[in-house]
Ligand binder design. Structure first.
Ligand code: FAD
Length: 378
């Protein structure tokens, strides 16, 4: 206990951990958030930021804030949890300082909330912009043939889930606007393919939506290669079962999030972490760890699996915080066309958690509209 208040340790500063840290009653709890990241990324905004729609700093929020200075932050990776002594074992997260990174320590908890996500910083989304413009410059060299330019400017998106589709649409917009203006000689060589092993893109959604999305992408000249088995992905190539193919820029967007083999922490429907014990039928949950909860992408409710999305992470965080499951939104019939575009773009605002950033995003959109995007200035 810190000053008579229970010490609430939150592992991870993503959607789930950040929500709890920003809403927990500081007069009752003494929260400590442990994460290698000082900020929390608005992941749904990364695709737009990656294609230059607004600056990356608008797609993240700082864990430390003046108004919630009682929330302590420790920049570290949690390596292990000792449930018997109620402590977490940590290593400082400073890659550039190896000596410091080896000076491990423990932090005691009264209540533990595990929200480390499924894979930190795997998607490397910020790299797209620079790579793309380097490729455009290469393709523009006077000694590069048309065929070589075509090979250089074939973009492959692996994964036809929401993230893959979003980045595809953003890249396609970029090709038709800024790239066409800035690189008139080579823009025509640019092609985009989206690969998915499933029969349809957006396969988790209803037929109407994936048919509509496929048609829209095909109309934009995008190669939608569903039912495609990718055997190997390298930095600048991928091998497709049955037909080898070389591409220049490969973005693995949904692959890890949708990885069926991902091992998630199992909880009951109150997000309490199960204790497993060996039984003749194998490992079985027999009881729960007192005061230990898990949520976000890292966790799943046994027999009631939910998708790994920011919405679910926040809903579970709200549930844990409020003690009640968040109500469902209105039963909207669904958007298409201009209305969908507007809803999607305004989504960028709603995902964001502070008004300063929302204002800056709107201002950037307006500036982009009038003066063009700053995409090439990197
Ligand atoms: C590019 C992209 C776009 C997306 N778009 C959408 C979308 O449009 N809609 C939607 O609903 N979802 C979207 N998602 C999915 C959504 O971002 C995740 O479901 C959500 O981030 C999960 O939240 P979380 O808190 O569980 O984990 P995360 O947000 O991943 O946060 C995990 C945190 O834990 C920290 N951490 C990791 N390991 C440790 C450790 N050992 N010790 C301490 N801290 C640790 C990490 O640094 C990070 O701060 C998108 C994801 C990506 C990558």
């Amino acid at each position: 206990m810190a000053q008579g208040k229970p010490r609430l340790v939150i592992v991870g500063s993503g959607w789930a951990g950040f929500y709890i840290s920003q809403h927990i009653d500081l007069s009752i709890y003494s929260p400590i958030i442990i994460s290698p990241r000082r900020t929390s990324a608005y992941t749904p905004l990364l695709a737009s930021a990656a294609t230059g729609l607004f600056n990356f700093y608008l797609a993240e929020d700082s864990v430390r804030s003046k108004s919630r200075s009682l929330v302590k932050f420790i920049k570290a990776n949690v390596l292990d949890v000792d449930f018997s002594s109620k402590s977490v074992h940590c290593a400082p997260a400073f890659e550039e300082d190896e000596v410091l990174s080896r000076q491990e320590f423990t932090v005691d908890y009264d209540i533990l909330i595990l929200a480390p996500g499924c894979e930190p910083n795997t998607f490397n989304t910020p790299g797209i912009r620079k790579q793309l413009f380097d490729l455009l410059e290469k393709a523009s060299l006077p000694n590069v043939s048309d065929q070589h330019a075509r090979d250089l400017l074939h973009i492959a998106i692996v994964g036809g889930g929401p993230t893959g589709i979003e980045i595809t649409a953003e890249l396609s917009d970029l090709c038709k606007s800024e790239i066409a203006d800035l690189y008139p000689d080579v823009a025509k060589f640019m092609t985009i393919s989206i690969y998915d092993v499933a029969k349809n893109i957006l396969s988790a959604y209803d037929t109407k939506l994936h048919d509509y999305a496929t048609q829209r992408l095909v109309d934009r000249g995008i190669d939608v290669a569903t039912g495609t088995v990718i055997e190997e992905v390298g930095r600048d190539y991928l091998t497709i079962k049955g037909r080898g193919r070389n591409v220049s820029l490969v973005e693995k967007l949904d692959v890890l999030l949708n990885d069926k083999g991902l091992k998630r922490i199992q909880t009951d429907d109150r997000l309490r972490v199960f204790i497993y014990q060996s039984t003749p039928e194998g490992e079985k949950p027999t009881s729960i760890h007192p005061n230990v909860y898990a949520l976000g992408d890292a966790a799943d409710i046994t027999h009631a699996s939910l998708p790994t999305t920011a919405e679910v992470a926040v809903q579970k965080a709200k549930y844990l915080h409020d003690g009640v499951i968040a109500g469902k939104g209105p039963d909207h019939p669904g958007w298409t066309g201009q209305a969908a575009w507007l809803a999607w773009r305004s989504g960028s605002l709603m995902w964001n958690r502070n008004w300063r950033s929302r204002f800056a995003i709107v201002l950037t959109w307006a500036l982009n509209k009038v003066f063009g995007s700053e995409i090439a200035k990197i």
